[in-house]
Design a protein around this ligand. Structure first.
Ligand code: NAD
Length: 704
């Protein structure tokens, strides 16, 4: 039963019980409706309390019902709320922990509300590209005032119940319980008082009967609309939230409800909302590995060691310190160790300056960090993460040492970006304990963690790392072993294509602007200037020996030969003022490109923004298809999660694979064939991946 019915004297208690967060799926909604009827029909019952079992009142809609007919089947949430409103017996919502989305809308339909301390209250629908569809936009402004409600609805952020209860004139909560344990007895008492108060037939209080106005009326909504429009140009939902709340303040209650419904339905159809809902599910799906079920117990991780206190080692360590897990950090020399520690402290101090962290918290975290030059100090670590130079010889020496020193059962992880994890594992006598943990730079900020599964990686090692990723607030995606794993293997094709665009006549700024207009956070040339052109130069040299058939535009090598490594040398694809990050078009680069095209005998042509964007995105899609077909990624949505969390792909487009699905794979292949006819393009580049061809032939998509 997903909604339980019990009684406490003359009070019926309906308890939502649909773990993990009492999602309001069809069975639960039906359960509540049935329980309400039962309570109404029982003359011994005078009042009703509605609450949630476990760790939430309710988190709202049941995501497992997304995109199924169950989501709209009667009784819908709106019908359940109507049943509560019509109930002749008072209904008290006893809320605790999580009161979100449909959960909050349900509580707003009740006659009275009592909250336990520390509830997280939110209408987060906007994060899925929609708006609350069961009266949330019409009722919340009535209990919290238009401005507070609109801020909550447009941001989707959770607010603490105490903060809301302290707002002058608020009508969201009639009462706060003294503590979590006293919530139910206090709720039952409140229900009994209400029953006594209304015994004579006095009308029950309804949120719909409260007034909803804003003193500045039209002017306020104009201002709110302009602000929201400016902040969310690619997302329609926030603006519709403003319109819905404006409806609440200007229309009759039921008309406003109808308007909310209309706006909700129009948003459900938008590609942006489909993309956001897809990502929401994709992130959860990424955490699940097909052959690693819940029966595989993770290993216990109490102490972590990090090898190398450079750019990555420092950032990686911070993740664990932030989660309260002690870290021992190993370096080869005192100077490098001191520098690494100073950087970590500097990063924390910067957060203190911004008011995001308290000084005593910094000290607590730094106290968990043990610097050392002695590998012996990490022999009791449960997890060791290696972040030393990207050279197989250096990795070999480190892993042989770790094999000799680490305790049995310790997980030995490498942060390598490009090297073969199976070869690294083979340096040890315990390849089953070796795994890749590919963090992204800056490792303390970036959400993505590619978990690289070696041929011999044990299942419980994977289960441990996936669970740990949650603890340190990363989005983990499993990748098989290949050069570049999922993300960098795809970005290589994207960069190659960006180079071909230069050869044909585009400028770096044109390419960057076209893909930024498409929605990427940063174009390929600005990005590589930030990361360092010398690093990819070294990788290209290595690959040239390993894969001589892989053709690149020579322009990137020519750039490096000019000593233009990017922001660090104040010169890359762009010019930079010393110490500044603003990219300015470079005359020297334009001349180099002109010379380079001449040497190839190319007459430059003007390439449109649309072609530039599609060529870059379809380069990702084609390699993504190969990655899927090779089994490097378990599912297409994993690839999208990588691109959204690690590579700045526009969130509202849902990732390259969903973008291709929505464009239609047939059209994607047609475009590839068109690009292959470009005189300067590498026709082999646009050979559609066999999986892509197969899906087109079968009329299918990447996502099933
Ligand atoms: P880095 O040069 O900043 O740091 C490497 C550190 O390792 C140096 O401080 C060095 O003194 C130390 N070191 C070298 N040999 C050691 C040993 N035997 N024992 C202990 N310490 C040793 O390099 P980085 O950018 O932090 O990269 C480290 C690893 O992370 C590489 O494998 C790299 O491919 C990978 N990675 C880097 C990035 C990035 O953007 N920088 C992103 C993802 C992964």
């Amino acid at each position: 039963m997903t909604a339980q019915y019990t009684t406490q004297g003359d009070v019926a208690v309906i308890t939502l019980n649909n773990p993990p967060v009492n999602g309001l799926g069809l069975a639960t909604r039906q359960g509540v409706a049935d329980a309400l009827e039962k309570a109404s029909a029982d003359p011994a019952i005078k009042a009703i309390v509605l609450t949630g079992a476990g760790k939430a009142f309710s988190g709202g809609a049941d995501i497992r019902e997304f995109n199924t007919s169950k989501a709209t089947q009667e009784p819908t949430l709106r019908s359940v709320i109507a049943a509560i409103e019509y109930s002749p017996k008072p209904v008290v919502a006893a809320v605790h922990s999580v009161v979100m989305g449909g959960g909050l809308e349900l509580a707003l339909g009740c006659h009275y509300r009592i909250a336990a301390p520390g509830c997280k209250v939110a209408l987060p629908e906007v994060k899925l590209g929609i708006l609350p569809g069961a009266g949330g936009t019409v009722r919340l402004p009535r209990v919290l005032g238009v401005e507070t409600a609109l801020n909550m609805i447009v941001s989707g952020e959770a607010v603490d119940s105490q903060r809301l209860a302290a707002l002058p004139g608020q009508k969201l909560f009639d009462q706060l319980s003294a503590c979590a344990d006293s919530l139910m007895p206090e709720a039952v008492a409140l229900a009994q008082e209400a029953a006594a108060r209304h015994a004579g037939g006095a009308a029950l209080p309804l949120v719909r009967d409260l007034p909803c106005t804003h003193p500045q009326g039209e002017a306020y909504f104009l201002f709110a609309g302009n602000t929201v429009q400016g902040m969310s140009k690619n997302l329609p939902a926030p603006m519709k939230c403003v319109q819905a709340v404006e409806g609440a303040a200007t229309l009759k209650f039921d008309e406003a409800l109808a308007k909310e419904r209309e706006l909700f339905q129009s948003l459900m159809q938008t590609p942006e909302s489909r993309a956001l809902r897809y990502i929401f599910a994709a992130e959860r799906a990424a955490a699940k590995i097909a052959d690693v079920g819940p029966e595989i117990a993770p290993r216990e991780i109490k102490k972590v060691a990090v090898i190398g206190a450079g750019t990555m080692g420092g950032g990686i360590s911070m993740n664990f310190l932030n989660a309260g897990i002690p870290v021992t950090i190993v370096e080869t020399g005192q100077q490098a160790l001191d520098k690494g520690l100073a950087t970590i402290r500097k990063n924390y101090e910067a957060q203190v300056k911004k008011g995001k962290l308290k000084q005593d918290v910094v000290e607590q975290r730094m106290a968990l960090l043990k610097p050392t030059l002695n590998y012996e100090d990490i022999k009791d670590a449960d997890l060791v993460i290696e972040a030393v130079f990207e050279e197989m010889g250096v990795k070999e020496a480190v892993f042989k040492k770790l094999d000799a020193i680490a305790k049995p059962g310790a997980i030995l992880a490498t942060n390598t970006s490009t090297l073969n994890v199976d070869r690294i594992a083979a340096f040890t006598q315990r390849p089953q304990d070796v795994v890749g943990m590919h963090f992204f730079s800056p490792a303390n900020v970036m959400k993505l963690l590619e978990v690289v599964r070696g041929a011999k990686t044990a299942k419980d090692v994977l289960a441990t790392v996936m669970a740990l990723a949650k603890t340190i607030k990363k989005t983990a995606v499993v990748s098989g072993v290949c050069d570049g794993f999922i993300g960098n293997r795809m970005i290589e094709q994207y960069s190659r294509q960006a180079g071909f665009l230069l050869d044909e006549g585009a400028t770096p700024q044109q390419v960057d602007q076209a893909i930024e207009k498409f929605g990427f956070a940063m174009g390929p040339f600005r990005m590589i200037d930030m990361a360092g052109n010398d690093i990819s130069w070294a990788i290209r040299k290595r690959r040239a020996a390993e894969r001589p058939d892989m053709k690149y535009s020579k322009s990137a090598d020519l750039l490096c030969e000019m000593g233009r490594f990017g922001q660090k040398t104040s010169a890359g694809w762009y010019d930079y003022a010393p110490g500044k990050r603003e990219a300015m078009p470079s005359k020297a680069v334009a001349e180099m490109l002109e010379q380079h095209r001449k040497s190839l005998g190319i007459t430059p042509r003007k390439i449109g923004d649309q072609e530039i964007a599609l060529r870059l995105v379809y380069a990702l899609v084609n390699e993504g298809a190969r990655i899927l077909q090779d089994g490097i990624a378990g599912k297409a949505s994993d690839i999208d999660v990588v691109y959204l969390t690690g590579y700045g792909f526009p969130l509202w487009r849902g990732g390259p694979m969903l973008y291709a699905d929505q464009a239609g794979l047939f059209n994607v292949v047609q475009a590839m064939k068109r690009f292959a006819r470009n005189p300067r393009d590498d026709a082999a580049f646009w050979q559609p991946a066999p999986l892509l061809q197969k899906l087109v032939a079968e009329g299918k998509t990447f996502n099933g």
